[in-house]
Ligand binder design. Sequence first.
Ligand code: G2H
Ligand code: MG
Length: 283
Amino acid sequence: MEDQWQRAYDFAVEVARKAGEEIRKAGEREIRVMTKSSTVDLVTKTDERVEKIIIGSLTDEFGEGTHCFIGEESVAKGEPCILTDKPTWIIDPVDGTTNFVHGFPFVAVSIAFAVNKQLEFGVVYSCLEDKMYKARKGKGAFCNDQQIQVSDVKDIHKSIIISEHGTDRSPEKVTKTFSTMQKILCIPVHGLRGSGTAATNMCLVATGAVEAFFEIGIHCWDIAAGAVIVQEAGGILLDVDGGPLDLMSRRMVSANNETIAKRIIKEIEIFPVVRDDAPAEKQ
Ligand SMILES: O=P(O)(O)OC(CO)CO
Ligand SMILES: [Mg+2]
């Protein structure tokens, strides 16, 4: 049924906007910061509250038990992170929590929807910029209702690449991350950037502001919505080894085209990360 999920898509946009308003208001008050996997992996009451608002709104709309949820803060509290064939919402209530805490102006709500393990649509609301990015499979990608498209640059020397440092600060991983960045910078490319939110980074690929975003260590909720947006804007998604993207692998290259993606992949120093869907004892 072609339009089966249109209501869900439209509702996701409404919910993302409501969540973004909550984040904006919360940013005007004092923010109490807690930590998760390390002292630089930050979380706030706003992350937890906004995730509850999103899941609560979706449950009220679509009924208890009809849809599954993978939410960053629910998983942090022990909920499973397994993608099944059932209709599943993949949610990051506050992507860019560190930015939110510091008032660095890129913070996004990321909501994706998958059925039979295939992403149907994605919504990223960059709430401090008031930019609503959305895309539904086969229907194009939009920012504030204007259709968006990736850049047509094929020459890596004329590109801007985005990446992040992540929250794992073990010296081996930081060394590999910086070594990759150094090699890419010295190709040379026009520039290296990082907005501090994976969801926004992917939207920047989708609008053509940058040619590629890659990262090892991101989670499925950081990239699921952005993945649909990049693809619908004409871009591609790959694993850092050049294979197909695996949403649960915590590794991703998103790019405007294969030429740029493959050139970046040549320079990426891969390090191991624990999959999002690994059993709890391996996390
Ligand atoms: O701010 P969050 O949701 O922890 O996400 C980070 C990466 O995990 C930025 O994308
Ligand atoms: Mg995130």
